[in-house]
Design a protein around this ligand. Structure first.
Ligand code: AMP
Length: 694
């Protein structure tokens, strides 16, 4: 049996094409339901529940839950650790797919051997290949993955014979996509797509949770979100209240926590106004796409609403106001994507029926594909776009690269990038391949490199010399790719010296209240002053224990958000732990400058050990700057500071100024900072970098 699977962020569905009645039909799950929650629950007794059962557990707050894992598909990060085993989003998706397939087999009595799986249109190469792997690991063939909005347009358009141009506005549980599709006599041609993959119904749920908790904190000074099971229950309940607000004018939300009870009423008007910015965020994506494609609203005949979140009445109203076009809700919003996938599974069925002859589907790629190259003036690395976003897939483009006379290299390194920016580090570095096997007699030669998006939007690379294929071997991408943000020529130029700054904050009891709040404000200003692409910050809290609140990152939003998280109770109440070892191992292996800024207001328990650690840092060329408040031990801080004037004593009122002084010293280089080997972050490469002929 061939099926289409809508592998959704919050819910999934399975459909098949009923050739007798020439239409796609949903295969219900074991509970007789058409959609299955995309939730997995790990129970203490070792059992793993998937779907409905897992969702029940989620609302009971029992077990370890994994939900919305599709948001991290393909990034290799650990989504859940349980009983000593780590699970990535790909592993969890494989478990969910297996469950969906087993349910479909039980319901039909037939074995599933092929599945067309849907993905958000903007999924990149990692996310697409991870989805295919997850499907194949369940023992089924995945002949095709298809973009969700395309699938929805297919299920809407396959019966419509009128020519029309549709905008598919797909607001799901965790993702948003907008796609422009032309339908003519059953042919579906996607002409452009864009999206925001971290925006969806969950953000509307979160707005309700915040509304309730903010009031609860005002009233009782406790935050129900501090308790994980309570927080999970609230998130699940918020989704229910949100749905109620799609049909009712207001809801009353009861909440009980730590012996306190409250009831809050939320009206639809209030809900709509506190979530207006979320709809505005979708507008930005729509306008960008229209602009890129050179379309006006008058070019669009209809707007097709897809995804559960478009049931919120505000969505259609907002789109009508924005576009002035007809806005139509898909008759079965939740099922349209799975049904579209089922139609495609029939198209890709080797024993196809009449459908294959009647219908064609042309899709596009949501991301530009480029190669790392050197800018014409040789001053920086750039992403040279080779296949543009919104090109029809499959598609292939070639570039010729030249190895100059006198260069005897026998290998070419090619980095492929996915993204729109000219700056390599703003893109996803997809792959590194090494091309060998070309004939080089030192007289100069050309190698043709072929970049291809296959019909699934997956990237392939081939290379040729005089039409003969060369060896192309994938290699692991360097762990530290920050050199791509620097200059190829001027490897030691000052302007791109990487800085890694670990900020260590004393969270012992005495910091409670004003000291910690002032410290947070000062650190925020410090980060804002120093932030740029070449500066990475981490945040480490210490007390009785050490907590890495933020790993090294040059994303100021992430760093600023982690500063907000700092709380005095995070690491116990005393001062027994020293953060220097943690910071040293974090900074030790990184090229560039390593700086530790320690803020403390007390006397540390194990000072001798800390001094030893500081000596280790000094040996690793890591600079320690110590800021002392209140009771801080003057001579100890002087011992751990590794530069002259590196111990600064201040008061709460002057803390901001002190951090300002440190920021100035760091940015002007007046603090005697040592730059380690590879200081610019530009590793020396032996092989030839691609030089475009253009
Ligand atoms: P999808 O990913 O398309 O299955 O959409 C799931 C999202 O739609 C979830 O965030 C649901 O909470 C949301 N949703 C489903 N029904 C409604 C409704 N009646 N009103 C508001 N949101 C809804």
């Amino acid at each position: 049996m061939k099926v289409g699977i809508d592998l959704g962020t919050t819910y999934s569905a399975v459909a098949r094409y009923d050739t007798k009645n020439s239409k796609p039909v949903i295969i219900p799950n074991a509970f007789g339901k058409e959609i299955t929650p995309s939730v997995i629950c790990f129970l203490d007794d070792g059992d793993i529940l998937v779907g409905e059962d897992a969702k029940d557990m989620q609302s009971n707050g029992t077990g370890v839950n994994a939900a919305a894992f599709k948001r991290n598909m393909g990034d290799g990060s650990i989504a859940v650790s349980f009983n000593g085993k780590d699970y990535t989003s790909e592993d969890l998706s494989a478990m969910l797919l297996k469950h969906l397939i087993q349910d479909a087999e039980r319901a039909t009595g037939e074995k599933v051997d092929e599945a067309v799986i849907t993905v958000p249109a903007y999924f990149n190469d990692f996310q697409r290949t991870a989805t295919i792997r997850a499907g194949e690991s369940c023992g089924v063939k995945v002949p095709k993955i298809i973009n969700e909005p395309t699938a929805a347009a297919i299920s809407y358009g396959y019966k419509h014979s009128n020519d029309k141009t549709l905008m598919v506005y797909d607001l799901g549980g965790g993702t948003f996509d907008v796609t422009i599709v032309r339908i003519s006599k059953g042919n579906i041609e996607v002409i452009g797509t864009d999206g925001n993959h971290i925006l969806g119904g969950k953000d509307w749920d979160a707005a309700i949770v915040k509304y309730v908790c903010d009031q609860f904190i005002d009233e009782y000074d406790v935050d129900p979100r501090d308790d994980l099971p309570t927080k999970n229950e609230l998130i699940v309940a918020a989704e229910g209240y949100k749905k109620t607000l799609s049909i009712a004018e207001s809801v009353t939300i009861p909440i009980n926590y730590e012996g306190y009870s409250a009831k809050y009423t939320l009206t639809r008007d209030e809900f709509e106004s506190m979530t207006e910015h979320l709809l505005e965020a979708t507008k930005e994506v729509c306008l960008n796409l229209m602009g890129d494609l050179g379309l006006a609203w008058t070019d669009i005949d209809e707007i097709l609403l897809v995804g559960g979140s478009t049931r919120m009445p505000a969505v259609a109203r907002f789109l009508r106001d924005l576009t002035g076009r007809e806005v139509i809700a898909h008759s079965d919003t939740d099922l349209a994507v799975a049904k579209g996938a089922a139609i495609v599974s029939e198209l890709y069925n080797s024993k196809a029926t009449g459908l294959r002859a009647e219908m064609t589907v042309i899709d596009v790629t949501a991301h530009s594909l480029g190669a790392l190259s050197v800018s014409p003036d040789g001053s920086k690395f750039v992403n040279e776009i080779i296949i543009k976003k919104n090109s029809k897939v499959p598609c292939t483009a070639s570039r010729q690269f030249t190895i100059k006379k006198g260069n005897m290299t026998d290998r070419i390194e090619v980095y492929t990038l996915q993204g729109e920016s000219r700056m390599p580090l703003d893109c996803n570095v997809l792959a590194k391949v090494v091309i060998t096997g070309f004939y080089n007699n030192g007289q100069g030669l050309n190698v043709d490199i072929e970049y291809n998006y296959d019909q699934n939007g997956v990237v392939n690379i081939a290379a040729y010399q005089d039409g003969e294929p060369l060896t192309v071997e994938a290699q692991p991408i360097d762990e530290d790719i920050r050199w791509m943000g620097g200059s190829p020529k001027n490897r030691r130029s000052d302007e791109c010296i990487l800085k890694n700054i670990a900020i260590c904050v004393d969270l012992s009891r005495s910091m409670d209240g004003e000291p910690i709040e002032r410290a947070k404000a000062s650190i925020r200003d410090f980060v804002n002053t120093l932030q740029n692409d070449d500066t990475y910050f981490s945040l480490i809290g210490f007390g009785d224990k050490i907590k890495v609140v933020q790993d090294l990152s040059n994303d100021p939003r992430a760093v600023l958000a982690s500063i907000d998280e700092l709380k005095v109770k995070m690491v116990g109440r005393g001062t027994d732990a020293s953060p220097l070892d943690t910071a040293r191992s974090m900074l030790g292996s990184k090229p560039g400058v390593g700086i530790i800024v320690v803020l403390t207001d007390g006397i540390w328990g194990k000072r001798d050990r800390a001094v030893e650690q500081a000596i280790g840092c000094r040996n690793d060329n890591i600079t320690i700057i110590a800021v002392g408040l209140g009771e801080a031990d003057t001579s100890f801080l002087r011992q751990i500071a590794t530069v002259d004037d590196g111990a600064l004593f201040t008061t709460i009122d002057r803390l901001g100024d002190t951090f300002g002084t440190i920021a100035t010293a760091i940015s002007s280089g007046s603090m005697g900072l040592s730059v380690r080997e590879g200081g610019t972050g530009l590793a020396v490469r032996q092989s030839t970098r691609m030089q475009s002929r253009e």
